[in-house]
Design a protein around this ligand. Structure first.
Ligand SMILES: Cc1ncc(COP(=O)(O)O)c(C=O)c1O
Length: 433
């Protein structure tokens, strides 16, 4: 299959020297499919960084943006637009209980920083924010410091104030412990950090209900409960980062609903924009709002993104995409678990909803990660028309993510799963030879 690499690639600051031979140049997208410049068609199980919860170019989103284009494209944040007010009302209407204030911005990273600022505005005597090991909260300068350690971090001059705390692991709990015992241990370590590990009060703890980028790590119920208890005991704000898990991905509108969490703030992004840049924070009305000048970004409430978000959220509700995600996710995980039984290289299959992934291992018993096999499977699937996600930067690098748009058709989902079955079976057989 021809890979079309744009001749201008070397001019791009983000392009590695020599380019990436597997990088496609995309020219068109519709629903769960994308096309490259060479005319090849792919089932997109990445939803473009898990953002197209509603399939690409949904006509309702495109029509709303087209209407807005002929009315007003830019309004600075000192003005309202009708869609901004309507979206604010809709967001607090669907928000988990107790969150009835909302702020918008354009990127998940900026939304996380918005939550940090709001936390510090509400806890002005604190200089500390706790984050979990293997967390990912973005690539802006503060969110980078709040994420897993960058292997080559040269940005330290502008970072600080974050402390990484241990987190439990359901698939690889610490030796000799069950996942619940692992969670108990980590909660004890968290208490130690709050009481003895930092000088002065902690403003906030931020975490992803399922750690996406850091390895698709799900947590025992005990951990979620314990975090809330620690926050209540010490007056710490609990921020849940739902940039990946929000808007139906887990089979509920928010993972907060799925796990029955009680956050003080919820950060959203990705799926909210229907393919346009949009993100933000939901917060409690009884905490202070921003003071003037705290969070003023020129394009923070960009009208085109706001109308796209309004149309996308309305469509996610109208089409009941959380229920579709739950149904599709169950089907996908059943098929992947059957494949796990038939082959020797799938260590674990995880969900919930269409937040699906599987781990490639050398040995199902020792769970030793098989990084090269993972890349090989992803590469072969792409050559057969299926784009899969891969954990590349952190964690164990052996995770394959199957997270298509939530409104993918059953036949396209099965087409993608057929290809996954073929390539995993092939790779499995080849290592046995
Ligand atoms: C959980 C989480 N938070 C924050 C972000 C940052 O979002 P963005 O890339 O839109 O800045 C991401 C992006 O992958 C994410 O997964």
């Amino acid at each position: 299959m021809t890979q079309a690499i744009h001749s201008g690639a070397q001019a791009l600051l983000h392009e590695p020297p020599g380019g990436d031979p597997n990088k496609l140049t995309l020219v068109r997208a519709l629903g769960s499919e994308v096309w490259d410049a060479a005319g090849n068609e792919y089932v997109d199980c990445t939803s473009q960084a898990w953002s197209n919860n509603l399939g690409a170019n949904d006509p309702r989103v495109i029509a709303a943006v087209a209407r807005q284009l002929s009315e007003i494209t830019h309004a600075r944040p000192t003005f309202h637009t009708p869609a901004l007010l309507e979206l604010a009302e809709l967001m607090v209407g669907i928000a988990p209980n107790g969150l009835d204030r909302v702020g918008f911005t354009l990127h998940g990273s900026m939304a996380v920083e918005m939550a940090f600022k709001l936390a510090l505005r509400n806890r002005p005597d604190s200089r500390h924010i706790l984050v979990l090991q293997d967390a990912y909260h973005g690539r802006a300068i503060a969110t980078m410091a709040a994420s897993w350690p960058h292997p080559n971090n040269v940005f330290g001059l502008m970072q600080g104030g974050f402390h990484r705390v241990a987190r439990p692991d359901c698939y690889r709990p610490r030796p000799g412990l069950t996942p619940d015992q692992d969670a108990e241990l980590c909660l004890g370590l968290l208490r130690d950090t709050v009481t003895k590990g930092v000088d002065g009060p902690v403003a906030a703890i931020i975490y992803e209900p399922i750690q996406g980028n850091g390895g698709h790590n799900e947590f025992p119920a005990l951990w979620h409960q314990g975090l809330r208890e620690v926050c209540d005991e010490f007056g710490i704000l609990l921020i849940v980062d739902e940039v990946q898990t929000g808007f139906g991905r887990t089979g509920r509108m928010f993972a907060t609903d799925y796990y029955d969490l009680r956050p003080d703030m919820l950060v959203f992004g990705k799926g909210v924009g229907g393919g346009f840049p949009l993100a933000g924070v939901l917060a409690r009305a009884d905490e202070a709002k921003f003071a003037a000048g705290d969070d003023q970004l020129t394009f923070g409430q960009f009208p085109l993104s706001i109308v796209a978000g309004l149309a996308a959220v309305q469509a996610i509700i109208a089409d009941d995409l959380p229920t579709r995600a739950a149904k599709h996710g169950e089907h996908a995980t059943q098929r992947l678990r059957a494949l796990q039984e038939r082959t020797s290289i799938i260590g674990d299959v995880r969900c919930p909803g269409l937040m699906v992934c599987f781990e490639i291992v050398r040995d199902q018993r020792t769970k030793e990660p098989a990084r090269e096999l993972t890349s090989e499977i992803v590469r072969r699937a792409q050559a057969r028309g299926v784009l899969l996600g891969e954990s590349r930067y952190v964690g164990l690098g052996n995770l394959i993510k199957v997270k298509p748009p939530l409104d993918i058709s059953e036949s396209l989902l099965d087409q993608a799963l057929d290809v996954i079955e073929q390539v995993v079976t092939e790779v499995d057989r080849e290592i046995d030879m």
